[in-house]
Design a protein around this ligand. Structure first.
Ligand code: FA5
Length: 340
């Protein structure tokens, strides 16, 4: 029996050397160590041997089993390593190949336009002053000479947070904030920011859009300074060929009030849906700061005067880049956004 166990071990180890993959290894384990293997049957039947043979056969059978299990583990380890090496060889990465391009973000067209506007007004000596999107009724309307029930409030309906708090409809409340902060200094600022209106969305109107407000307060500031500033801005922003048209208008917070229009470059003045078939695109409301507003800001209108203007950001960008629908700005279509 002992001889048989030695032979069995030798045969099993030889067979293990011939094993070349994990399937064969599995077959070897079932055949040599499994429940129906010869070794297992010897171990099971040790008890039926004559008593003198039992200890030696039992010990040797267990030693053989242990030796085969160790050999099995070693072989499994070696096969795994071989398979890994083969995989590495076959799927080797070529580090000289060009990498996958990383897609780089860009500034939104509104942000690019805003920065261009900052640069132009910066060169004219205007500072950028930011004021909050969430405003009080008093600043958005009351202190701008629109007491409760003033009919002009209807033009600037908005989203209300409470009876007193709202999303600002224009950047004009920033005029009061900056005056109260700067008094008694002269002022020359632009106030950029998002504005919100309860408004029908169309090709030229959004319910959220950017505005840039301008405010200059000093001694003996006149309408000529205002028109000069707006013309210079138009010349630098749109190019020397653009035409600007000034016409009388009405805003409760300026007196006198004007509006500035650009000739519509989308239709060359012929008339299209963006310019409402007029050939002109309104880009800016403006005027001399109303005495009531100057006083609300802390400046005595007998000593001080000022001009203010407010224009959209998307509409000037539409004119400049021939964009015929404002909804493209916030539609998040990358095919549009990637063009700028
Ligand atoms: C105002 O908001 C005044 N606060 C402007 C002003 C400031 C006048 C200082 C006098 C002195 P208006 O509602 O016209 O005015 O808006 C000004 C500009 O904002 C418009 O010329 C236009 O360019 C832009 N704008 C207005 N409504 C929309 C809208 N729904 N979508 C996109 N742009 C708009």
């Amino acid at each position: 029996m002992l001889q048989k166990l030695h032979e069995l071990k030798e045969k099993a180890l030889q067979a293990l050397e011939m094993v070349s993959d994990s399937d064969e290894l599995d077959g070897w384990r079932v055949g040599h160590l499994g429940r129906k293997s010869e070794l297992n049957s010897i171990l099971r039947n040790v008890g039926q041997l004559i008593p003198e043979e039992r200890p030696a056969v039992g010990r040797l059978a267990n030693q053989v089993k242990l030796a085969l299990e160790v050999a099995y583990d070693d072989k499994a380890e070696a096969l795994k390593r071989q398979e890994l090496e083969r995989a590495l060889r076959e799927q080797r990465s070529d580090v000289t190949l060009p990498g996958r391009p990383v897609s780089v973000g860009r500034l939104h067209l509104s942000t690019q336009t805003l920065r261009e506007i900052y640069a132009i007004f910066g060169a004219m000596g205007f500072q950028v002053y930011e004021s909050p999107d969430v405003e009080t009724d008093e600043l958005n309307f009351g202190l701008l000479n629109m007491p409760p029930h003033h009919p002009a409030r209807d033009m600037w309906d908005t989203f209300w947070i409470s009876d007193e708090v709202l999303l600002r409809t224009h950047t004009s409340p920033g005029q009061i904030r900056v005056m109260r902060e700067r008094y008694p200094e002269p002022i020359r600022v632009i106030l950029p920011g998002k504005c919100y209106r309860y408004e029908q969305i169309t090709a030229r109107s959004e319910h959220q859009f950017y505005q840039v407000e301008g405010l200059a307060v000093g001694h003996a500031i006149t309408m000529t300074d205002l028109i000069g500033t707006l013309s210079e801005f138009a010349r630098r922003f749109y190019g020397p060929d653009r035409r600007i048209r000034i016409r009388g208008s009405y805003f409760p917070f300026t007196e006198p009030s004007i509006e500035a229009d650009m000739d519509c470059i989308l239709c060359g003045g012929e008339g299209c849906r963006v310019c409402r078939y007029s050939g002109w695109l309104e880009v800016c409301g403006a005027g001399m700061v109303h005495p009531v507003v100057l006083r609300n800001g802390g400046y005595d209108p007998d000593e001080w005067s000022g001009f203010a203007f407010g224009f959209g950001v998307e509409r000037p960008a539409m004119v400049k880049y021939s964009i015929d629908d404002i909804r493209l700005f916030y539609g998040n279509d990358l095919r549009f956004l990637r063009q700028f």
